[in-house]
Write a protein that binds this ligand. Structure first.
Ligand code: CMC
Length: 376
């Protein structure tokens, strides 16, 4: 039996028609559309439809999806009560989101069905309700009243409104919209692979998404964005960037938000979010500092190691400027990626075969059992 390379690097485990990463060219396509075009021209909701259905929506289809998402944003009573409990204890927000996801499954009568129409409906509930869950959790832990979901708003606007208690301005709303677009899917990253492995046992969308959340939370994956912000805060000012980075590298530490398994050139999502960061900083004078600092850190890492920033790097200052608390950065990533995870679960179930690889056994050879009393 051939042994796959460490970390399954460059191993192609099967087909997907959802997204494609060209690591050498630094390109990302959702269903054949360049993510740069989508970030410039489309909305997050158009991307959600694209990932689920394979084509961009017509105006009528988009209106229907927006309406459905807006109607479904209200969360069931039991999920709301669970969030309120979790907000009273020092829970990790990603763990709280995973528990709330389990509860959403309990309240969804279709949660155990793997038929395409039921799975699509569950996917819609997840995308609709994640903004409400995350915003409610944040407000409750700050001892504030939760804000009802606005009746006719985009995902980005609804989330910021529920988080803050007042609607964002159009520049803020668009900045978050673009951030959600670039996070929506990324081929077989660790969390999507996890979701597909779980789905391959014919477990539910909710089970797959709970597992994916766990994989996303780690600092080598989606959890990197929170560490990036902590690092920027620790560095503090642009002139301290270079010594700080060289110091970390001298200690053989990893710089969060840099490097990538697949991209050998710039991650296109990082380039898009760098532009959002610069535009946003111009719009908000107070933001300029974070953007300048991030640019200096990127320069220092390039000089020191020739590593490019990945999506998590500029996501951190953008989310910070939007007033999102640092420990909600990864849940916001999940608020978008849940669209991709659910698209992959549906694709997996359309042509399912159990994912069950082998391991190369390197433990002791067969040996005689020693009874407890005879062990020294
Ligand atoms: N800082 C310092 N050195 C690095 C970094 C980094 N961020 N990334 C890679 N390297 C070095 C690494 O030390 C190794 O050097 P050497 O060959 O001398 O030992 C070389 O580059 C190859 O690294 P690797 O660990 O074999 O690469 P990988 O493909 O296994 O890891 C990665 C990819 C993303 C886990 C890694 O680049 C990393 O740890 N980055 C920091 C965490 C991060 O930003 N994660 C977000 C990933 S992208 C978005 C997402 O999926 O959430």
């Amino acid at each position: 039996m051939a042994v796959a390379p460490s970390g399954l690097e460059n191993v192609v485990i099967g087909p997907t028609a959802i997204s494609c990463v060209d690591g050498d060219a630094g390109e990302l396509y959702y269903r054949g559309y360049d993510v740069r075009d989508l970030a410039r021209e489309a909305s997050f909701e158009e991307v959600v439809w694209l990932l689920w259905h394979g084509d961009l929506p017509t105006a009528a289809e988009l209106a229907r999806l927006r309406g459905e998402l807006a109607r479904q944003r209200v969360i069931p009573h039991r999920t709301a009560a669970l969030i309120d409990t979790l907000a009273r204890i020092p829970a990790v927000p990603m763990a709280a989101l995973a528990l709330a996801t389990g509860m959403l499954g309990v309240d969804d009568p279709a949660s155990r069905s793997v038929t395409p129409s039921d799975e699509l409906q569950s996917a819609l509930l997840l995308v609709a309700r994640y903004p409400t869950i995350i915003a409610r959790y944040e407000r409750r832990r700050r001892h504030l009243e939760p804000v009802e979901p606005p009746s006719n708003a985009s995902t980005a606007t609804a989330f910021l409104t529920m988080l803050r208690g007042s609607p964002p301005d159009p520049v803020e709303s668009r900045a978050l919209d673009v951030l959600l677009i670039v996070h929506a899917d990324h081929e077989l990253n660790a969390s999507t692979f996890t979701a597909r492995v779980i789905a391959s046992t014919l477990a539910s969308v909710y089970a797959a998404v709970e597992g994916a959340l766990g994989a996303l939370s780690g600092p080598l994956h989606g959890g990197a964005n929170e560490r990036v912000m902590a690092m920027l805060e620790q560095i503090g000012t642009p002139e301290r960037a270079e010594p700080f980075i060289y110091g970390l590298l001298a200690q053989k530490k990893r710089i969060m938000g840099f490097g990538h398994r697949v991209y050998k050139t710039e991650d296109p999502r990082a380039a898009i979010l760098r532009e959002v960061c610069l535009e946003f900083a111009q719009h908000r004078q107070h933001g300029r500092g974070w953007c300048d600092l991030a640019m200096r850190v990127a320069e220092a890492v390039w000089q020191a190691r020739h590593l490019y920033p990945n999506v998590d790097f500029f996501s951190a200052p953008v989310q910070h400027m939007l007033g999102i608390p640092t420990d909600l950065f990864t849940p916001v990533f999940a608020m978008s990626r849940v669209a991709g995870w659910t698209a992959h679960v549906m694709e997996q179930h359309a042509h399912n075969r159990l994912i069950r690889p082998r391991a190369e056994y390197v433990g002791p050879p067969p040996r005689r059992f020693v009874p407890l009393a005879a062990r020294g």
